[in-house]
Ligand binder design. Structure first.
Ligand code: PMV
Length: 309
């Protein structure tokens, strides 16, 4: 038997960083990029992992405890109560750029969980998939809020807050985002850790910023659900300004935001942890090409256009 499962990338529209401190954030899947996992029967008594993108081919039993693929496989097999002697070949590929805020790690884990659940004919609910992926996110990201595993496992626009039930939001007027990659790899745990350190030095100030972001998230959600695109755009600019103020933007991200606005985007902000990775620009359909071209000219190494709703 062969099974194949995929999971999308994601962008955070509003609320990154504040979500680590209990506020809500809005995120949407990006289906233009995908992680895929294929599982096939194997004749030998060994489970073999293939990751051709990074040229790695190895046996599950010999994988070190901190190997990300082996970890999600082991967690999932435990959850499904599959005996160790059940062997298979597992191949993972992904078109999601790594360490730039598109949820590559969570998408790979999600594809693996879904493929294993299908292979062993034990379908898992979205929340169960998300919970398994979160266990692995914790190992690699320190203190993740859980937004990446949630939006990718649910594969729908979600409002996420720690410890609260996931809530899906609707998009009244389709929103087209141009996603542009600075090309600078930015490990989430470093940016989050650095911000935590600064917050520890001045809680009142930083919690005030997070509160303001939380307020923008509420405003943006009702604007998205009500089809008020101009308000969504304005909220993006305000959210970006606060992220810049708290030190998680960068000259490169700010330059891309400025280039997008100069080319006719209505709103723009960094997306994800910051310091590098991606920014997103909201553009009317007739400005999308101009914005994408301007972003490439301003140094973006990759541009993806996605429409939500
Ligand atoms: O860079 P990403 O896509 O992993 O997003 C990080 C989002 C943060 O809010 C900065 C961290 C988190 O765990 O939510």
């Amino acid at each position: 038997m062969t099974v194949i499962a995929s999971a999308p990338g994601k962008i955070i529209l509003f609320g990154e960083h504040a979500v680590v401190y209990g506020h809500s954030a809005l995120a949407v899947p990006v289906t233009q990029v995908q992680a895929t996992c294929r599982i096939e029967d194997v004749a030998t008594p060994t489970t073999v992992i293939h990751a051709p993108d990074i040229d790695r081919h190895y046996a599950l039993q010999h994988a070190p405890p901190d190997d990300p693929l082996a970890t999600i496989i082991r967690h999932t097999l435990d959850a499904l109560q599959i005996p160790a002697k059940r062997c298979f070949t597992l191949t993972v590929t992904s078109t999601i750029p790594i360490a730039c805020g598109l949820g590559s790690g969570a998408a790979i884990s999600t594809a693996v969980v879904r493929a294993l659940a299908a292979y062993f004919q034990q379908p898992l609910a979205d929340q169960a998939v998300s919970d398994l992926v979160f266990e692995v996110e914790k190992i690699y990201h320190g203190t993740p809020s859980g937004i990446d595993n949630t939006v990718i496992a649910f594969a729908q626009p979600v409002s996420f807050a720690r410890g609260k039930q996931v809530s899906r939001f609707t998009v009244k007027t389709p929103l087209t985002f141009v996603i542009a990659d600075t090309g600078i790899k930015s490990p989430t745990h470093k940016v989050v850790g650095d911000l935590r350190h600064r917050r520890d030095g001045d809680r009142k100030r930083y919690d005030g910023y997070f509160e303001s972001i939380g307020e923008l998230v509420r405003l943006a959600r009702s604007a998205i659900e009500g089809g008020n695109v101009d308000v969504v755009a304005q909220c993006m600019l305000e959210n970006h300004a606060i992220l810049d103020e708290i030190g998680v933007s960068s000259p490169e991200l700010n330059a891309l935001v400025a280039a997008a606005m100069a080319a006719g985007a209505t709103g723009a902000k960094l997306s994800g942890a910051g310091w590098g990775g991606n920014m997103i620009a909201l553009a009317a359909p007739n400005r999308v090409d101009a914005v994408a071209t301007a972003l490439k000219k301003a140094g973006a190494v990759k541009v993806i256009v996605t429409t939500v709703g």
